[in-house]
Design a protein around this ligand. Sequence first.
Ligand code: AHG
Ligand code: MN
Ligand code: MN
Length: 329
Amino acid sequence: MARLSLTHFLIRCERTSGMDANLRLLLETVARAVKTISHAVGHGALGGVLGSAQTSNVQGETQKKLDIIANQMLIEANEWGGTLAAMASEEMDQPVGIPVAYPRGDYLLLFDPLDGSSNIDVNVSIGTIFSVLRAHDPKAEEAAFLQPGTSQVAAGYAVYGPQTQFVITVGQGVHEFTLDKDTGSFLLTRENLRIPAQTQEFAINMSNMRHWEAPVRRYIDECLAGADGPRGKDFNMRWVASMVSDVHRIMQRGGIFLYPRDRREPGKPGKLRLMYEANPMALLIEQAGGAASNGTQRILDIQPTSLHQRVAVVLGSREEVEYVARLSA
Ligand code: AHG
Ligand code: MN
Ligand code: MN
């Protein structure tokens, strides 16, 4: 039997669950942008897209050429379709509105255009992460975006790896589409992904160990002690250093991902950004039966105070995330 295309799948959602037609259009437009990004990523050195752009973003991080190219592709694909009031991105200090020449819609789109910067130039999987909110405030300035993750109406990511995949939720499970590069269509390859509640695989940047706070240190010590320690089982470790890829692996076979706050910069609660990294991933993980916290609090319940704020992240297999929360209490 022929596989369902993304378009067909979304039309089915519209008919069976009353999903708004504009949300369908928006998701299709994001998917179209993702295809152009996938194309650019695939050209690599041959397309002249690798290397540094010699600029910095609002967070002081050096931008890669592909960070900027992907950001531009998402803006250009989404600004004219009439579904959005504004967009915000890791690579832009302030949100961008919709040019007056184009129709305005009711949604806000947030994205991390290119996730996994350190892997861009070395041909390791990278991705795009996005989150969709409703625009309640007609001005659609920064304040309009400051809604907790529970308010997201859709979220997803694309992973540019051996295959390009697009994984989305509209609040009714998580579904995976794979790009058929012959026809240019995203086709449904897994419906209703479920993350096993238990795991023996963790993902953390171990080089930060000496900076961790006591509960994270204890948790990883217990994992490393394996069958001889209090957990009574051996653990394996994986760290791709592209959040999209680490989360995608957890979506397929379970696991726990941690990017904790540490003692280097006490004022900085972790590395990852709440609005366009942690919130969309937390919604996807919860929709697949997993859990996502900052160690002690559910990520989706955090009331944001600024567009680029950072947050500690512990997500993945539910029982394992709950175990870390008990150590942190
Ligand atoms: P980005 O490339 O969008 O700045 O995000 C990179 C993030 C995330 O993808 C990954 O999990 C983490 O940074 C890797 O951090 P380390 O370099 O500390 O391993
Ligand atoms: Mn990122
Ligand atoms: Mn990024």
